[in-house]
Design a protein around this ligand. Structure first.
Ligand code: ADP
Ligand code: 5GP
Length: 209
């Protein structure tokens, strides 16, 4: 009897600038079984963003056709603005191949995924403080001062999602945070929820008493 080897669906949430991308990238370097899902969006690429790497950039017509084709695990439409969605095919392929897939999506999307995949593991990355969060956003240098103010305000709303998650990692020291995420992956592979095959193998034929 072997430990479960099917992939885990990891939904990583947290406010912009908290370090989600940095932690996920470090984890992928350590564990080649961990893959990042690439979302589709109708927003325009930012400087330095590549189609198929950061996002699959779509026209609204292409995105709406994908909705009709039931190609999304979840998607959201920011009213009057853009669509964002998680293409189903890649996630399913990777999970079936035994790889773990990370989704970095917003709170609404994360909740939807958990409804469809109750075994998905929700991890919230929290900042050591709101001051540190703001300093990291400024330090990243990708947002205007107005965007930084807006994202810091939104962060308070996003933090309300913490109780709905399965784990919280405070990203103070990067190495510690990556170790913690790695430990969660290891623990989840041993969880009852992810090892029903073993249970069925041993108990499947037995009468319930
Ligand atoms: P997110 O993906 O959550 O928006 P990023 O991964 O882009 O955040 O990180 C935002 C900034 O904070 C980046 O400049 C990154 O290098 C920095 N950063 C991430 N984690 C840490 C950490 N533990 N300590 C200090 N700086 C960090
Ligand atoms: P940005 O435009 O800055 O890349 O992303 C804006 C927001 O969209 C972020 O909160 C990000 O997490 C979210 N997002 C990115 N991809 C997806 C997705 O596939 N689904 C959902 N629901 N949200 C997404």
């Amino acid at each position: 009897m072997r430990q479960n080897t099917t992939g885990l669906l990891l939904v990583v949430s947290g406010p912009a600038g908290v370090g989600k991308g940095t932690i996920d990238t470090e984890l992928m370097k350590r564990n080649p079984r961990i893959k990042m899902s690439v979302s589709a969006t109708t927003r325009a690429p930012r400087p330095g963003e590549t189609d198929g790497v950061h996002y699959f950039f779509k026209t609204p017509e292409e995105f709406e056709q994908m909705i009709r084709d039931d190609a999304f695990l979840e998607y959201m439409h920011v009213f009057g603005m853009n669509y964002y969605g998680t293409p189903k095919a890649y996630v399913c392929e990777q999970l079936q191949a035994g790889n773990h897939v990370i989704l970095e999506i917003d709170v609404q999307g994360a909740r939807k995924v958990k409804e469809t995949f109750p075994n998905a593991v929700r991890i919230f990355i929290a900042p050591p403080s709101m001051e540190t969060l703001k300093a990291r956003l400024i330090g990243r240098g990708t947002e205007t001062p107005e965007q930084i103010e807006k994202r810091t305000r939104t962060a308070f709303t996003e933090m309300r999602d913490m109780p709905a998650c399965d784990y919280i990692i405070v990203n103070d020291d990067l190495e510690t945070a990556v170790n913690q995420l790695e430990a969660i992956v290891r623990a989840e592979q041993c969880s009852v929820a992810h090892n029903h095959e073993i249970i069925n193998e041993f108990l499947g034929g037995m009468e319930q008493c």
